[in-house]
Design a protein around this ligand. Structure first.
Ligand SMILES: NC(=O)c1ccc[n+]([C@@H]2O[C@H](COP(=O)([O-])OP(=O)(O)OC[C@H]3O[C@@H](n4cnc5c(N)ncnc54)[C@H](O)[C@@H]3O)[C@@H](O)[C@H]2O)c1
Length: 425
């Protein structure tokens, strides 16, 4: 099939490239000239493992443009994969989605617009009305939400747990289903609002587990239990399962915070107070800040102290810093009067962090530091020569916000080590 993908971001690029891998001819359209030029020159503007190789391999079936008519020309499916960031009210900002809907040209054949962007329930109906108002009755609509995780997105797209397709007209759903031929996964066919809700509910379930285990970790800290053992013990229960039970300094990224806020807001707009989700969001905010208290307990008031932040991306395997806990931590540390040095193997903190010194190597980040904080569980940090790091520090203090390091080994090397929800020695 011929497919147009609007939006060359984390989702649009992965979607377009993977659809090309499945044998489709794909045109990816973005409004950013620089992005499209980079892609045409063979440069992938984001860090996503496996994407560059896949893009190269499918170069013949992939093209990039800023031009709407060129993208839609001959296309049977038009994917919308533009950003839907939060507005000040917490609702999703759908302005980029509406721009795409309004940009669609008249076509003299049936095409299907498929929504990959995460949108509030009810968006599909509103888009349907707008298409009808524009006389685009021959343009079908389907919701085909995306569940890929940054860092493993290519694998997640080609080997998904499930594919969800909601359509007003079953024939449009069939078109989207046949696009995925070659992928072996259960397919959930449903109405449009249910497909929209599956995406929001899935993310809400995941963040609920994260805040749950973080609260268990906080109680472990107060009572002397070890959350890593507790997580293992409960994760082996088949009714619970082991995933998303890693205690840490809270969730971030471009999806979890905004999607949980959007669902909370969606519920509130419909007159329902989603109390559980409110608590999940609040727990997450407080969790990021607990690091400050831990540092103060170990090294005293932070004014004038030098803190090394290790990891800036919201999780390993990506360069994405949107809503990363590192941003909150850096801001809090600076406002306490600390000096902050940061390091990340991929994410470029310069654009996001003002007043923070960016170290060019992990070891450089430790120079004269009074304490270091593991913010992102990059494998590089496990492999680091921690003795060499300690030699560069003023005091060997590590707050491990991801329970990423071996506490015994760190203590053997003379570090004061504190993780999350682990016994404090
Ligand atoms: N990032 C993820 O892992 C992920 C996973 C699942 C779902 N989602 C959802 O997918 C959507 C996209 O997320 P993302 O992370 O890829 O965003 P992104 O910001 O990386 O990319 C969005 C792209 O859309 C482009 N764009 C804006 N207006 C456009 C237009 N009119 N035509 C064409 N392109 C336009 C932007 O220039 C940008 O390059 C969001 O709704 C997000 O919630 C993201």
């Amino acid at each position: 099939m011929r497919v147009a993908v609007f939006g060359a971001g984390y989702v649009g690029l992965v979607t377009g490239t993977c659809l090309a891998e499945l044998g489709h001819d794909v045109v990816v359209r973005d409004v950013l000239e620089s992005k499209i030029e980079a892609l045409r020159a063979g440069h992938v503007p984001i860090h996503e493992p496996g994407l560059e190789g896949l893009l190269e391999r499918n170069g013949e079936r992939l093209s990039f443009t800023t031009d709407v008519a060129e993208a839609v020309d001959g296309a049977e499916v038009v994917y919308i994969a533009v950003g839907t960031p939060p507005t000040h009210s917490g609702d999703a900002d759908l302005s980029a989605v509406w721009t795409v809907v309004d940009e669609l040209p008249q076509v003299d054949r049936r095409i299907v617009v498929a929504m990959k962007s995460t949108v509030p329930v009810g968006t599909g109906r509103a888009v349907r009305h707008r298409l009808d108002d524009r006389g685009l009755e021959n343009v079908g609509y389907a919701s085909n939400p995306e569940f890929t995780a940054e860092g493993t997105a290519v694998h997640d797209f080609l080997e998904p747990d499930r594919i969800v397709i909601g359509a007003f007209d079953p024939a449009d759903g069939d078109v989207i289903e046949s696009l995925h031929e070659g992928i072996d996964a259960p397919i959930v066919r449903c109405d449009v609002p249910s497909a929209e809700m599956v995406k929001l509910a899935a993310n809400a379930a995941l963040v609920t587990r994260i805040s749950f285990i973080n609260e268990i970790a906080n109680v472990c800290e107060a009572t002397g239990a070890d959350v890593t053992t507790v997580a293992q013990g409960i994760g082996l229960d088949r009714r619970i399962g082991p995933s998303f039970l890693r205690a840490g300094i809270g969730f971030g990224g471009s999806c979890f915070p905004k999607d949980s806020l959007a669902l909370k807001q969606l519920a509130a707009n419909s007159g329902y107070n989603f109390q559980l989700l409110n608590a999940v969001i609040e727990v997450n905010e407080l969790q990021k800040r607990r690091v400050i208290g831990k540092l103060e307990r170990r090294i005293g008031p932070l004014r004038g102290k030098r803190i090394a932040l290790l990891g800036l991306a919201f999780k390993p395997g990506t360069d994405d810093m949107r809503e990363a806990p590192s941003l909150v931590l850096a801001g809090r540390l600076l406002s306490e009067g600390a000096e902050v040095t940061a390091w990340d193997p991929i994410a470029d903190g310069r654009a996001h962090l003002h007043g923070v010194e960016i170290a060019s190597s992990a070891l450089d980040a430790f120079d004269d530091a009074d304490a270091a904080v593991v913010v992102t569980e990059w494998p590089e940090l496990r492999e680091l020569d921690w003795n060499a790091a300690g030699e560069r520090m003023r005091t060997r203090v590590v707050v491990d916000g991801r329970n990423h390091l071996d506490p015994d080994e760190m203590r053997r090397l003379g570090f004061v080590y504190e993780g999350v929800g682990r016994s404090v020695a």
